[in-house]
Design a protein around this ligand. Structure first.
Ligand code: DAK
Length: 257
């Protein structure tokens, strides 16, 4: 498929998607969201890919949903258009997705980063939920994922009063994994993704699923699911290989089987 609003690249076992609407600071319109999700799903199906990175430009990861596209929409149109389903598709991705964020990550852009599994932030990254300034509230997780990530006090300030977070603040509050100079943020995100992509694929898949499960269920159910996932991995060749390699003092060779 040819894309108009994103660029895709493959770096070893890592699939990279760059948001590419520079004139609109990568504002998320329906086309971009669809192309992004299509590309991520294609990488997810590809056995040669073990992890993915989503990035924007040095100026903007994404400055939110496209206000020009939304401005005249009716409530029914917002409810029934394909924007919500497109956004939800990222939850179905099985392989790890790392957001490499430089510049603005606002509104839907902040929510997109929070929908990824990890965030590598450039020093100039700026996170915020400015929807209140245009008369609405976040619609893709800004009141839910953000609150889980940074806690109630700060989430309230961000959502109710457009408080933005610097990269360092986002690190301090546990919202991002690391902060690096802007010249290196993409490289660092790709390195992190490559390290994860080199690990046992089935264990990585279940590990991601189980960490995400911690946000969905109570502790007892979560622990029970974790135990089942743990036990299931003893049915894989990779578990035998991983433990044999440890005992034989050699590197494991993962098959994803
Ligand atoms: N939408 C459309 N165009 C945008 C945009 C946006 N969100 N952000 C920037 N642009 C465009 C500007 O209009 C401008 O275009 P031209 O005027 O040159 O044609 C160009 O990008 C450059 O922007 P600026 O000239 O404003 O650049 P500055 O460096 O001066 O300012 C800024 C950068 C990021 C501070 C500023 O552009 C800004 O405040 N942008 C808007 C940020 C914002 O309010 N974002 C939240 C949007 S609401 C949903 C799920 C999620 C959502 C909705 C529904 N469902 C599941 C239903 C999400 C909603 C949102 O994200």
């Amino acid at each position: 498929m040819t894309y108009e609003t994103i660029l895709t690249e493959v770096h070893g076992r890592v699939g990279l998607v760059r948001l590419n609407r520079p004139k609109a600071l990568n504002a998320l319109n329906s086309q971009l969201l669809h192309e992004l999700m299509d590309a991520l799903e294609a990488f997810d199906r590809d056995q040669a890919i073990g992890a993915m990175v989503v990035s924007g430009s040095e100026k903007a990861f994404a400055a939110g949903a496209d206000i020009k596209q939304m401005a005249t929409a009716s409530a029914v149109e917002m409810l029934t258009n394909d924007f919500i389903p497109a956004f939800d598709r990222i939850r179905g991705i099985k392989k790890p997705v790392i957001a490499a964020v430089a510049g603005w990550a606002l509104g839907g852009g902040c929510e997109l980063a929070l929908s990824c599994d990890m965030i590598v932030a450039a020093e100039n990254a700026r996170f915020g939920q400015p929807e209140i300034t245009i008369g609405v509230i976040p619609g893709a997780g800004g009141t839910q994922r953000l609150t889980r990530a940074v806690g109630k006090a700060l989430a309230m300030e961000m959502v109710l009063n457009n408080r933005t977070l610097s990269a360092e603040e986002a690190l301090r509050y546990g919202m991002v994994n690391r902060v690096v100079p802007v010249e290196r943020y993409l490289e660092v995100a790709l390195e992190l993704a490559a390290e994860i992509a080199a690990r046992a694929p089935l264990a990585v898949r279940l590990a991601k699923e189980m960490v995400n499960q911690a946000f969905e269920t109570g502790l007892s159910d979560g622990l029970a699911d974790e135990r089942r996932a743990f036990t299931l991995l003893f049915a894989t060749q990779d578990q035998k290989e991983g433990m044999a390699a440890f005992i034989e003092k050699r590197e494991p060779r993962w098959e994803g089987k």
